[in-house]
Design a protein around this ligand. Structure first.
Ligand SMILES: NC(=O)c1ccc[n+]([C@@H]2O[C@H](COP(=O)([O-])OP(=O)(O)OC[C@H]3O[C@@H](n4cnc5c(N)ncnc54)[C@H](OP(=O)(O)O)[C@@H]3O)[C@@H](O)[C@H]2O)c1
Length: 258
């Protein structure tokens, strides 16, 4: 790894205190970037050298706090990674879900990114450069019974990402999406443990039960947060200078189609 690749670059990663967002924030910092991140709660362990603000990005107010503070601290943003997202709906399928379930998923997985982009893009446009990455999910192609609002919101995020890329490419800004497969983060570990408890099976068996519910993982292991961070950092770098409007799947081979 080149520890100077992002020297002088100002990077915002939303949702960077755990899991995939934390790996992305750390990876950028190790490559020399000045990094700013957000979460709804204070990090459990101190974030070494990474700026931080508490903000709930599923609300307009939280997004405004995060974007304003990031701009104050960094003086401008070169790279924005919209990492916030997740599923909160439980079992039971589409018919047990109400408007609140749907709005929660849309706010967390789609509007969190739309709002951050809307607030931070104008200064990128003024400068004529910038990079945005949206963290989507393979569930946007593979909707699961237990997380239909999440899958639909991620599908909308990927669709929006493509449209935004088309709009801002002539202004010198690249926009891409990354779609992770099953990645062992605190959120996924919690799901594995809930499955183990509900089905009265060992954690390792539950891990593969969850993986198999998505169609399995041909490479034989769950992803790590670093697997996803590597793709996000590549897309944000000059090495990806001619890549925009794409969605890049990082899933160990789960998706059965290209
Ligand atoms: N793990 C997977 O298998 C997988 C697969 C496909 C896509 N993804 C996507 O990857 C992203 C990260 O997932 P993860 O598994 O790493 O999640 P995670 O372990 O739950 O970590 C989520 C991070 O985002 C923060 N966060 C969550 N909601 C927030 C909100 N409303 N406002 C501000 N911060 C918020 C959390 O901190 P607080 O709780 O303190 O707010 C935490 O720092 C999500 O967009 C997810 O949909 C994950």
């Amino acid at each position: 790894m080149d520890d100077t690749e992002f020297l002088g670059k100002r990077v915002v990663v939303t949702g960077g205190t755990r899991g995939i967002g934390a790996a992305i924030a750390t990876r950028f910092a190790r490559a020399g970037a000045t990094v700013f991140t957000t979460a709804r709660s204070e990090p459990v362990a101190p974030l070494d050298g990474i700026h931080f603000v508490v903000a709930d990005l599923s609300t307009a107010e939280g997004a405004s706090i995060a974007a304003t503070r990031a701009t104050e601290v960094l003086g401008g943003v070169d790279v924005l990674v919209n990492g916030v997202g997740g599923s909160t709906s439980g079992p039971g399928g589409a018919l047990v879900l109400d408007d609140d379930d749907w709005l929660a998923a849309i706010n967390a997985n789609l509007l969190s990114a739309v709002r951050m982009d809307r607030m931070l893009l104008p200064r990128m446009i003024d400068r004529g450069s910038g990079v945005i990455v949206h963290v989507s999910s393979i569930q946007r192609h593979l909707p699961m019974n237990w997380s239909l609002p999440y899958a639909a919101a991620k599908a909308a995020l990927s669709n929006y990402s493509k449209g935004l890329a088309n709009q801002v490419a002539p202004r010198g800004i690249r926009v891409n999406a990354v779609a992770p497969g099953l990645t062992e983060t605190p959120a996924v570990l919690a799901r594995i443990r809930r499955t183990a408890a509900a089905d009265a099976i060992a954690e390792e068996e539950a891990r593969w039960r969850v993986a198999d519910s998505l169609g399995g993982i041909p490479l034989g292991r769950l992803g790590t947060a670093d697997d996803i961070a590597e793709m996000v950092v590549f897309l944000s770098s000059e090495r990806a200078g001619w890549i925009t409007g794409g969605e890049f799947v990082v899933d160990g081979g789960t998706l059965p189609i290209a």
